[in-house]
Design a protein around this ligand. Structure first.
Ligand code: PLP
Length: 373
């Protein structure tokens, strides 16, 4: 067998991530690799921090990109902030809330789980009741944009509630960052992580992360060291900060960071407000077309994520066959249902560079043709 270079087709990625990447970002990825302690690279990292602060709307000094996917950003928050015995309220309304619970347990924490229906947002009332019932809760953890269902939760209200009860927040903003409003400082959120491959439309494998001064204080007052060496953020800090003098922690994914710099620069040039509006406008167009085709959304209109549209598969349709047809005939990828929605729903992503008119039109036309077959 002769093995040749792998040359993938150009797919249109309208699933739950990774999303379409702009040619500009792919070009940045292929620029020459420099040493990760090269002064020019260090300068790029400083700019990258500025751009991340803008995307997160924060002045937090600790704002970086973890050199691993969103799941590592999640784990970084839990292993650093949860100490054995800490009570953590975990809101679970989809796949990623359950992963948060597992992280709490593995870090030795005591998870108090608040369940909501798949497709519903996190209930503020339930969280408030739990906070009143347990006066010693240290952390409230929730998913801002649940990619498994397409539901948006009220991060502002949850942030305010946690503060009233002297608890920190851990927020999954993997799918929300760049797609819907997220204001880390204004909403008083403490530990927020994201992913490069959703609404930032960058290559997979990086996890933007920001910690408030309160989160840093909790890390600094730990009585036991963080169990994970790689994710111990007190060690990583020396690599990302220190004005010009960087110390080696691990080899940064140099080219991926060029790509993130480019993707964030595109976001800054467009402006966050415009990016949020574009996601909303494209969602409205897609929704109109889907409703014309008779589709029903999983999530109530008020709680829907514009960037992740979960719709029920019509009765009698082989959902996997349709997805395969879209992939083979149109080079179009949409997502299958996950967890409780497996086999019952499709998830259509309009993320970042993918949230544009031609994608909406192609998706609607391809779905209509597939269903009439
Ligand atoms: C995709 C996703 C993750 C995991 O990110 P990976 O980069 O796949 O590790 C976590 N949370 C949410 C809400 C996601 O959508």
């Amino acid at each position: 067998m002769t093995i040749q270079s792998f040359i993938p087709p150009r797919r249109i990625l309208m699933g739950p991530g990774p999303s379409d990447i702009s040619p500009q970002v792919l070009q940045a990825l292929s620029r020459p690799t420099v040493g990760h302690l090269d002064p020019l690279f260090v300068g790029m990292m400083d700019e990258l921090k500025q751009l991340l602060k803008y995307a997160f709307q924060t002045e937090n000094e600790f704002t970086i990109a973890v050199s691993a996917p969103g799941s590592a950003g999640m784990e970084a928050c839990f292993v650093n902030l949860v100490e054995p015995g800490d009570k953590v309220i975990v809101c679970r309304n989809g796949v990623f809330g359950e992963r948060m619970r597992e992280n709490v347990v593995r870090a030795g924490g005591d998870a108090i789980v608040i369940d909501d229906e798949w497709g519903a947002p996190v209930s503020i009332d339930k969280v408030e009741r739990a906070l009143k019932e347990h006066s010693d809760v240290k952390i409230v953890a929730f998913v801002h944009a649940e990619t498994s269902t397409g539901a948006l939760s009220d991060a502002q209200a949850l942030g305010a509630l946690a503060k009233q009860h002297n608890a920190l927040t851990i927020v999954d903003a993997v799918t929300s960052l760049g797609g819907v409003p997220l204001k880390v400082d204004e909403w008083q959120l403490d530990a927020v992580y994201s992913g490069s491959q959703k609404c930032l439309s960058c290559v997979p494998g990086l996890s933007p992360l920001t910690f408030s001064s309160k989160a840093i204080a909790k890390i600094q007052s730990r009585s036991t060291p963080v169990q994970s060496w790689f994710l111990d953020q007190s060690l990583v800090l020396g690599y990302w900060s220190g004005e010009g003098k960087r110390s080696y922690h691990h080899t940064a994914p140099v080219n991926s960071l060029y790509a993130l710099h480019e993707a964030l620069l595109m976001l800054k040039n467009e402006g966050l407000d415009n990016a949020w509006q574009r996601h909303r406008t494209m969602h409205d167009k897609l929704k109109l077309g889907l409703e014309k085709l008779g589709f029903k959304f999983v999530v109530e209109a008020a709680d829907r994520l514009p960037q992740l549209n979960a719709i029920y598969v019509p009765e009698g349709i082989d959902e996997a066959a349709v997805r395969n047809h879209l992939l083979e005939t149109y080079n179009l990828e949409i997502g299958a249902g996950l967890g409780a929605l497996a086999g019952k729903a499709w998830r259509i992503g309009l993320m970042g560079y993918g949230a544009r008119q031609e994608n909406v039109a192609l998706c609607l036309q391809a779905l209509e043709e597939s269903l009439t077959q």
